[in-house]
Every structure is written in C-alpha cells, then in structure tokens.
Design a protein around this ligand. Structure first.
Ligand SMILES: [Zn+2]
Length: 293
C-alpha cells in the first residue's frame, strides 16, 4: 500500500465517515466503557453537582468532616469549590396563621402537630478535591489513564490527563482554565473527544460557537482520530452517530447537514492535532493488528 500523507489520511477518513452517515451504513451503537463507580458520597449527588465536580477536575470531593471521617485531612492552602444543597425549612401545620398560602385547613382542624419540609432555596456547600487531601489511602487511587494514542499531543500542549472514577453520566471533561482533561472512561474515543475540544479551543473558533456546534466538532473530529490513529478504529462509530444525531436535533437539522455546518471547524481542529501528532506515520498496519489482539 502506498504511504499517504497525514493530511490525506485524515481527509479521506473524514469524507469516508460523512459518506457512511449519508448512506446510513452505520454500525449499531455500543455503549462506552466507564471506570468503576466508587462508593463515595458524590455518587449520590445531583447531576449538576457531579458536573461541577468533574469541572473541578476531580472524581471525589467531600466536605472537611467527611474527609476526616475516612482518616484524611485537607492540605494547607487548598481551595474549596462549591456545590448546591437544597435548603429546607420545617413547617408545622398547627402554625397555620403564620404559615403561607396553600396550607391545608383540614389538618389544622385536627390540631395535630405534623411537620412538613419545604425547599426554600439552595445553600452553597464548600467541598474539597481528593487531590487536596492527604492521609489514609483510598481504595480507588489505583485508577490510571491507559496508554492511549495521541497522548503526546496533550503533552505538547501542556495538558494534564487524569483518570477519575466513573459517575454513570459524564465520560470526560476538558477544563481550559486548568489545562486538564479528566477521563471517567478508558476508551480512546473519549480521550480523542476531549483532545478535540482542546484543539478547537486552540484554533480560537470555539468561543464563537454554540454548545451543540462545539460538541459536534469534538465528536466528529474524534471519529476521524479513531479511524486514523485509533487501535479500535471504528468500534464506536455507531455511538458517535447517535451522539451527533442528538446534538443536531438541538439545532433542528439532520445529522449530515449539521456536520457540514461545522466542517471547516473540524478541519481546523484536525489540522492542529495532526501537526502535533506522531501517530500516523509511526505505526504500520501490522503492528496495529497486534495491539488489538
Ligand atoms: Zn464534549
């Protein structure tokens, strides 16, 4: 087989993927793998709070008391981030004259002292990242980012790539301010997706784009990266398609049309990644096969 240039390889991969979307020859979507969910307080948090936690670049955050209970303490100088906790007030139904609208008159007539809870707002609770604590070891500390292709690109851009416990919802996150990619999944596609967000942000185009466009750029770029550099090239293409379909719906567009609207961003993103990457020329096809096995 003739050796193709990097540029030609990814351009062929991109047009090949778009063609398959157009023709509807998409493999079935297979759910992505996640790192094990740890038995920790945040496993019971709301989606918003778990998102705040992932944005803070950690997979485990707790209040000071909670850390102390497991034999750890917060390091000096560490900064907390805040999560939302609903604030309740207790309402006694006997106190009807003082209570507000909508109270049940009948229950007052029975003169029972029932207590009800009502949400009256939210409190901001300070919590600390596990990385900012020390003490007794935790069972899941062994989580490690697998040796993924294109890791050198993240390194060249000064990005930290770290593994966080699974959370049933968010596979990964790129935090531009912290220069960090957090992965709750060992899948290469998840890493490629976050790396593409990082590259897109480096193109200077990301800021001007809507959320659905950013997600489409990252996901479509990741599919190309899987095909050109991945060890399981098209394993997640079905999942990619359903992700893109979901994002396209937000814009009220069919998938292929939505892909075309972000195509120039995808090209700029991939250009950046491949100019920093070593993968395409380095791994001959035979070696790729061995790695799969
Ligand atoms: Zn994303």
């Amino acid at each position: 087989m003739q050796k193709q240039s990097k540029d030609q390889q990814w351009q062929d991969a991109l047009s090949g993927i778009l063609q398959e979307f157009e023709q509807g020859t998409i493999p079935e979507a297979i759910a992505l793998a996640m790192f094990p969910t740890a038995d920790i307080p945040s496993a019971k948090w709301s989606l918003l709070n778990r998102l705040l936690m992932v944005m803070a670049g950690t997979g485990d955050a707790r209040g000071i008391k909670q850390w102390n209970q497991v034999g750890r303490r917060v390091k000096k100088g560490a900064h907390a981030f805040r999560i939302f906790a609903p604030r309740f007030i207790k309402i006694k139904s006997q106190n009807l004259s003082k209570s507000t609208e909508g109270e049940d008159l009948e229950s007052a007539a029975t003169a029972e002292t029932k207590e009800k809870k009502r949400i009256v707002g939210f409190l901001l609770i300070p919590v600390f990242r596990v990385e900012d604590t020390e003490g007794e070891p935790l069972t899941y500390e062994a989580l490690e980012v697998p040796d993924l292709p294109l890791m050198e690109v993240a390194g060249a851009w000064g990005l930290e790539v770290k593994a966080i416990p699974g959370n049933n919802r968010i596979y990964g996150c790129f935090s531009p301010s912290a220069g960090r990619i957090s992965l709750a999944s060992p899948e290469e596609k998840v890493f490629f997706h976050e790396l593409a967000h990082a590259a897109h942000s480096r193109t200077g185009l990301l800021e001007e784009r809507a959320k659905w466009q950013r997600e489409m750029v990252a996901e479509l770029s990741a599919a190309v990266l899987c095909r050109v550099c991945g060890r399981q090239p098209d394993e997640n293409l079905g999942e990619t398609f359903s992700y893109l379909e979901q994002e396209s719906k937000k814009a009220g567009l069919p998938v292929t049309q939505a892909c075309l609207t972000v195509l120039s961003d995808v090209e700029a993103t991939l250009n950046l990644v491949f100019s920093a990457a070593k993968c395409t020329d380095a791994v001959p096809a035979g070696e790729k096969m061995r790695e799969v096995a």
